[in-house]
Every structure is written in C-alpha cells, then in structure tokens.
Design a protein around this ligand. Structure first.
Ligand code: CAA
Length: 380
C-alpha cells in the first residue's frame, strides 16, 4: 500500500494551490461580504483545465482521475470554500450523471461544454417539501408530443443563476414513487425555465444558491437522462460521488483554518511567550491536525476507490460525515485560538467557521450519512 501522491497529483496540488492563493484568496473576504460570485475566477479555472478534471479528453476533460479532482476541491476550499463548492457541484453533481448515464450525443453536447468550462452545471433535487425525503418530490414531467413538460420548483440549488445546464429530477408517475422519477438535462434558456429567489446564507456566501422554477418548461425528449424510472437511482448514485466532493471541501476548510491558527499561535504573544508554547493551545492543535489527517485519508481513499472501479457509496458517506464534523470542530477551535480577534471580520477564521457548517448539511445532512452508513453495515 502506497500513500504517496504521484508526481501528477503533486503537480495538480501545486497548480491549484498557487491559483487559489493568487486568484481567490485576495478577494475572498470581500466577495463573502458582498455575497458576490465572480465569473472571472470561473473563466480562469476553465483556462487551467479545472472544469472537467476527471472526464476523458474526448469529452473535453483533462483526462485525470477522481483523486486529482478531490485534491483540487481541497486546495480551492483551503482558501475559499465558495469556489470549492462551485467546482464540486459542477463536476460531481452535474458532470458525473451526464458522463455515466448520458448518450454519446448528450456527452458531446453537454459534458464537453461543462468540461471545457464554457457552461457551468447544477443539480436540482431538493424541493420546498422534500429535502431528506427526496422521493417525496412534487415536480412533475409529462410527455407532450416530442417534448417533456416540467412543472415545479427546486430550492437550494448551488450555482443557480450562473449555471447553464441543470440536471433536474421530476416525477412522471407519482403512484410509482421512486420508480416513477426521471432525470432531465435542462438548459437555462428552455422556455418555462427561470431562476427564483437567491438565498442569503450564513456561509459560502460568494457561491450562488437559488431557487429554480419550471412552469410548463419544455424539454426535448432527447434531453431525458437515462430511462424513465431510473431518475432516483441516478440521483442517489450522483450523490455517492458528490458527498466525497463535499468531504474534500470540508477537508480544505479545516486545513486552511488549521494553518491560520498554527501561524497565529506562533506569532501571538501573551504572558511574555507565544501562545503556542502553552499546552492548552498545543493540545488543540494536535487534535486538529490528527482529525484533518484522518479526514484526508478517508477522502482520498474514497476517490481512489472510484478510480479503481471499486464501490464507494459507504466510504463517501463516511468521508463526508467525518470531514464535515472535523471542519466544524477545527474551525471552532481556530476561532478559539484567535480569541477575540477570531470573532471579528478582521481575521479570516470566522469565515471558515461559517463556511464549515454547510458541509454538515448539504448533499444529505450528517444524520442522512449515518442512515446510509448504518444501512451498509447492517447488511453485511
Ligand atoms: N445507489 C443506487 N441506488 C440507490 C442508492 C444508491 N446510492 N440509494 C438508494 N438506491 C435505490 C435503492 O436500492 C432502492 O431501489 P429498489 O427499490 O429498486 O431496491 C431505491 O433507491 C429507494 O431506496 P431507499 O428505500 O433507501 O430510499 P429512501 O426513500 O428511504 O431514501 C435516503 C434514502 C438515503 C434517505 C435518500 O433519500 C437520501 O439520500 N436523501 C438525502 C437527499 C439529499 O442528499 N439531498 C440533497 C441534494 S443536494 C441539492 O439538491 C442541491 C445542491 O446543489 C447541493
């Protein structure tokens, strides 16, 4: 067993780290304050080939692996979790289902556009009345001639408004429950499609989160993704990978907050010594470092399993659960180490704390991850 990153993985880490430090960090606090998503950063990510890291070159991707992708999300989130989640939702939630279930034509049209960064992707499952209970969705899809007609609304859509391509799940026959659900590739310009309310959030404030509305939205029959009745399986399998994207985001948040707390512990002097020379601070830093390393091992292992074609649904629920809890614990301790300074917006750790909280909630709350994990372990 070899835990060493390959030369390619180290190159990806260095490239994204440099990009994040020079292009994202200088404006991260300002974008957070203004709740502003900067498309210029997205275009630069596209130039660097970050928008389709794990997709083959024949579909416009970088032809790299899932481990490279999670390293990229980690490095972006290390300085700005809003940018990290933008890439994570785009790749894991919108690109992945098209790559796995799309027709050749859908891949050449939509996956290629997303991989090249010409289009941004989003995933639309959650509704006002169905969050954890995803099967309870009310959005309907009815066939009319050569088109599907979608009606309903989706909420909490990451990249909403900036995305061009939306993977939408809708019910074709409520009596069939999850077996009636279908998935669709919906372009933002399709008639009847619109963006609703933009959420004002606690954290990840410079990523866009909106409502998406479909009012007699007409979708060509060729934009059905997979088969009718396969939609719920597609949604769940997509989340299996998406959850490791969130684990990578949580890992990056924890790492970034930890590094800032470490630096502060060395430079901040109280009682005539750096606060890092007190055991109270040393014990905190030791626990933080250990939990971050464990999160990294889980997250990288899940990506490695996906790269090897080994099932990873259990591992991705575990990596998200553990890394998200770690991000919360580490960022709370980072604020504590900064003391009063940490509670102010003069220092970045309060942003990391606010950003960490969402990782315990989206793509399934951590209670849902426990449900998924217990489902696997009780089956064994
Ligand atoms: N892979 C493949 N199939 C799966 C699966 C998986 N990971 N999980 C479930 N299924 C299949 C089951 O095998 C079953 O199929 P059969 O009937 O053919 O056997 C079917 O799906 C139903 O499974 P369950 O009975 O387990 O379904 P459930 O209704 O009890 O739900 C759940 C299980 C784990 C709670 C699931 O609903 C869930 O994950 N909920 C959370 C949803 C979530 O994460 N939402 C956030 C989305 S993010 C978003 O929308 C916005 C954004 O931008 C981030």
């Amino acid at each position: 067993m070899n835990f060493q990153l390959t030369e390619e993985h180290q190159m990806m880490q260095k490239m994204v780290r440099d990009f994040a430090l020079h292009e994202c960090e200088p404006t991260a606090a300002e974008r957070d304050e203004e709740e502003y998503f900067d498309m210029a950063i997205w275009h630069k990510m596209a130039e660097l080939g970050l928008c389709g890291i794990p997709w083959p070159e024949e579909y416009g991707g970088a032809g790299a692996d899932y481990l490279s992708y999670v390293i990229a999300v980690e490095e972006l989130s290390r300085v700005d979790a809003s940018i990290g989640v933008t890439l994570s939702a785009h790749t894991s939630l919108a690109g992945w289902p098209v790559y796995k279930f799309g027709t050749e034509q859908q891949k050449q049209t939509y996956l290629r556009a997303m991989a090249e960064g010409r289009s941004m992707g989003a995933y639309c499952l959650t509704e006002p009345g169905s969050g954890s209970d995803a099967v309870g969705m009310k959005t309907t899809a009815i066939m009319d001639g050569d088109e599907w007609v979608l009606n309903g609304s989706k909420i909490f859509i990451t990249n909403g408004g900036h995305a061009d391509i939306y993977i939408v799940f809708a019910q074709t026959n409520p009596a069939l429950k999850h077996k009636g659900i279908a998935a669709f590739i919906v372009e933002k310009n399709f008639p009847g499609f619109s963006i609703g309310k933009k959420e004002k959030k606690l954290g990840i404030r410079s990523s866009s989160t909106t409502e998406v509305i479909m009012q007699d939205c007409r979708v060509p029959k060729d934009n059905l993704l997979g088969q009718v009745g396969e939609g719920f399986k597609i949604a769940m399998m997509t989340l299996d990978g998406g959850r490791n994207g969130i684990a990578s985001q949580a890992l990056g948040i924890a790492q970034g907050a930890f590094e800032k707390a470490c630096a502060y512990a060395k430079e901040r002097v109280q009682f005539g010594k750096s606060i890092g020379s007190f055991q109270a601070i040393q014990f905190k830093l030791a626990d933080m470092a250990t939990k971050i390393e464990a999160s990294r091992l889980l997250t990288y292992q899940t990506a490695w399993r996906e790269d090897q074609g080994i099932p990873y649904g259990l591992q991705s629920a575990m990596s998200k659960l553990f890394a998200a809890d770690t991000a919360m614990e580490v960022t709370i301790e980072a604020v504590q180490i900064f003391g009063g300074n940490g509670y102010t917006r003069e220092y970045p750790v309060e942003r990391y704390l606010r950003d960490a909280k969402i990782t315990q909630i989206y793509e399934g709350t951590n209670e849902i991850q426990r449900l998924v994990i217990s489902g696997y372990v009780l089956k064994e």
